[in-house]
Design a protein around this ligand. Structure first.
Ligand code: ZN
Length: 343
């Protein structure tokens, strides 16, 4: 475990500190964050519902305890999304023009949402790296017979647990990063990428966001059929499915060099993990990375792929590969270290 930073971070004397910082990341804490967020008590963390608000309070409390300050006046960036009455929820919008249009209707629907956003200031206050993970999921289905809670353990308690640990590792560091780092926990991704869209649309200096990292479903294995047609999604099993060490490392062209460095270092982690690199276009859909790539902000995106429990009540904590998730969290730390410090 100790050697990998030395392979990679041959930059300056902050190498030793970076090694101490990454050692903060541990499986036990990741497991406790994930288990809380994916517990039945959080009712599937649906956007605008009680369970979602409890998740936001939890994230805030962890950030506060780690000493990561809010980006704005408070940790919560509250916002509203609107849709016409009786339309599908995917029609919820945060764009001011759509909001204005819907509010003219005789009846419209409104969702009250909140991102949780924190920041560690860098030497260069006017350059930002945004790292984000959505914390919402799809809630409860009371018509289901049997387990009614969509726990969203992989989707996306895994990304949130990883990001909380990465934030803590940076907050405890003796070194200030070169660029400011924004740690963002998005609401409303499952509805229509609402939280990330609202954040980027209202960020006063989008041009100063030098890169973004997206974490969404990073603790299982099920490769994307589009990219790996020969891969068969494994059958659903009862318990923890430690099915392999591969994951998708997706990036827009600007971050190809970062992608290559991560490929070099990943095999030296414990357990070794194997990135499957893929270049993606600006505008690639599927997660909050879209809100950034559409505005020409470079994207790096971690994703362990689809599996039989995807968007079902069986996406539960006991099916998570925590060893793999811990190794990916360390690689996320390393990627953020590079993006926030390299010239
Ligand atoms: Zn997701």
């Amino acid at each position: 475990m100790k050697q990998f930073i030395f392979i990679l971070l041959l930059i300056n004397c902050s190498i030793l500190h970076a090694q101490e910082d990454v050692d903060v990341i541990n499986r036990r804490t990741i497991e406790s964050h994930l288990s809380f967020l994916a517990g039945d008590a959080l009712e599937g963390r649906q956007a605008g519902k009680r369970g979602g608000r409890v998740a936001a309070e939890y994230i805030k409390a962890v950030l506060q305890e780690a000493g990561v300050s809010p980006l704005y006046d408070t940790y919560f960036q509250s916002f509203e999304a609107y849709s016409p009455a009786r339309e599908k929820s995917s029609d919820f919008q945060v764009h001011p023009d759509s909001v204005e249009k819907y509010r003219q209707l005789p009846a419209y629907r409104r969702l009250n949402l909140q991102n949780v956003v924190a920041c560690i200031e860098g030497e260069r206050k006017d350059e930002y790296i945004v790292i984000g993970a959505h914390y919402d999921h799809v809630g409860v289905d009371e018509l289901l017979v049997g387990d009614q809670v969509y726990n969203g353990a992989d989707d996306n308690a895994s990304g949130v647990a990883a990001l909380l640990q990465v934030a803590k590792a940076f907050a405890g560091s003796r070194d200030k990063p070169l660029r400011s780092i924004i740690f963002a926990f998005w609401d409303g991704e499952e509805v229509n990428y609402l939280g990330s869209e609202y954040f980027v649309a209202h960020f006063p200096r989008t041009k100063d966001i030098k890169a973004s990292i997206n974490l969404d479903m990073i603790s299982r294995e099920g490769l994307l059929p589009i990219l790996y047609p020969e891969f068969k999604i494994p059958e659903a099993t009862e318990k923890n499915t430690a099915t392999g060490n591969r994951f998708h490392l997706l990036y827009t062209h600007e971050l190809a060099a970062t992608g290559r460095r991560l490929q070099e270092v990943a095999p030296s982690l414990q357990p070794a993990i194997e990135p499957l690199p893929s270049l993606i276009d600006h505008g690639s859909r599927g997660s909050d990375a879209l809100s950034f790539s559409l505005r020409d902000i470079p994207v790096l995106w971690f994703f362990t792929g689809l599996h039989p429990d995807y968007h079902t009540p069986s996406d539960e904590a006991d099916r998570i590969d925590f060893e793999k998730l811990t190794a990916i969290t360390k690689l996320v730390y390393i990627s953020l270290y590079h993006l926030s410090n390299d010239e």
